[in-house]
Design a protein around this ligand. Structure first.
Ligand code: SF4
Length: 409
């Protein structure tokens, strides 16, 4: 059984660091306006730092140039490719055939991964991309498991495959959508989506011959969320996915927080490793219960089992987990008083959970005392008033820098 790569989003160096602490094998990030996540771009200096850090751990960094590019941006693309080559990036994620050609010409040693935006649905298209220089295909999210199996069985062994296993999905066909452009003047196809499909809408019925007589349909005080999709979650299907021989399992969310990245990566790291160690006893429920502590919307398996699945819309617009929130991050461990950077208001008596890398079980504890980092005086409450607000507490186990602590609300 081949162990697949676990690939995490990294909208910043700090997020990449968290992803690696919690077990990601590789991260992907955007590079300037040439990526489809222009708001989650990593500047060149940060990218260089991320790549150097990843390589020191034996891990990888992929970057995106996955816009559909008009002629007037090709000079920028050439410069970007030269810079990525110098930084020794491990692959570039691309959608457009023109960009593929430029990479082959300028930096033939950089592996090319075909973005999910290119909507590869068949072994024919996968082979086309391989002939044209691709080493990996990020499959279309609209495929089910039989489509994926069929594709893998009909492509050369050395052609790698990658699928999304967790995170937001589009109401439209994989990002081919003008809703955000139309409503917010922000173009999803240039990486600037305002996620207009998640907004609350009022829906009315108006009879054509009786203008002005407007009748609302099925909405409550929040309006209605008829366009909002649930989040993809394939934790139950990890055994199928590994058995199929998919090369890389990808988590969506370059705009998500460090806490989110750490939590989701840790769950999938454990799920993959546990299944490989002991395939007969894979029990997805313990992983799902951890994912449920951080989910932002309802979860769906989308089309993985069944293309006729209709359970992927979040009509209630549920956005936040009501029971848990980000608490703090360990800055420096000390047996008696560890320094933690807080993410939300903390008060003596709060119930907390430490996320332990490579372990699905969290360590629960209650804050019994807190100390001001500067004066060392005992305090009752601390608010995230200023940037990097820290406090000292006693931690129940030995922790390392970067470990995440969750707060039970
Ligand atoms: S508005 Fe929604 S469906 Fe359209 S691209 Fe953005 S996230 Fe996808």
């Amino acid at each position: 059984m081949n162990k697949p790569e676990l690939l995490a989003p990294a909208g910043s160096f700090e997020k990449a660091k968290e992803a690696f602490i919690y077990g990601a094998d590789a991260v992907y990030c955007g590079t300037g306006a040439l990526s489809l996540r222009s708001r989650a771009e990593v500047n060149n200096e940060e990218l260089a730092k991320t790549i150097e850090y990843a390589h020191s751990l034996g891990k990888k960094v992929y970057t995106t140039i996955n816009i559909y590019a008009p002629d007037n941006v090709y000079d920028d693309i050439k410069e970007q490719v030269k810079m990525l080559d110098k930084l020794r990036v491990d692959a570039i994620i691309v959608s457009d055939g023109g960009v593929v050609d430029i990479i082959k010409e300028i930096a033939p040693n950089i592996p090319i991964h075909i973005s999910t935006q290119a909507n590869t649905l068949s072994s024919h298209t996968a082979k086309f991309w391989q002939k044209n220089g691709a080493s990996r295909i990020i499959l279309s999210r609209e495929m089910n498991k039989n489509d994926i199996k069929n594709l893998i069985n009909n492509i050369p062994k050395e052609l790698e495959t990658e699928i999304f296993i967790h995170g937001a999905i589009c109401w439209a066909y994989s990002g081919r959508c003008y809703l955000s452009d139309f409503l917010a003047n922000r173009n999803a196809n240039l990486g600037d989506c305002a996620q207009s499909c998640r907004w609350a809408y009022n829906v009315y019925l108006e009879e054509k011959n009786n203008p002005g007589n407007i009748m609302p349909i099925e909405d409550d005080q929040n309006g209605t969320y008829i366009l909002s999709s649930k989040d993809l979650c394939l934790i139950r299907r990890v055994p199928d996915i590994i058995d199929m021989g998919i090369t890389s399992l990808k988590i969506e969310g370059r705009l998500k927080s460090e806490y989110y990245v750490a939590s989701i990566v840790n769950v999938y790291r454990n799920a993959i490793d546990d299944y490989i160690k002991d395939p007969k006893n894979y029990d997805y429920k313990k992983y799902l219960s951890e994912l449920n502590k951080v989910k932002t919307r309802g979860l769906t398996e989308f089309f993985f089992e069944d293309k006729n699945n209709k359970d992927y819309q979040e009509y209630e617009g549920k956005q936040y987990n009501p029971e848990y929130e980000y608490g703090a991050q360990v800055i420096e461990y000390n047996e008696n008083k560890s320094t933690i950077k807080i993410g939300n208001k903390l008060t003596v008596g709060d119930k907390m959970e430490i996320l332990i890398p490579n372990k699905i079980e969290v360590k629960e504890f209650t804050i019994d005392k807190m100390y001001d980092v500067e004066t060392d005086e005992e305090i009752e409450t601390v608010n995230p008033g200023k940037l990097d607000q820290s406090v000292k507490i006693k931690l129940p186990i030995k922790c390392k820098e970067g470990w995440m602590i969750r707060r039970k609300k």
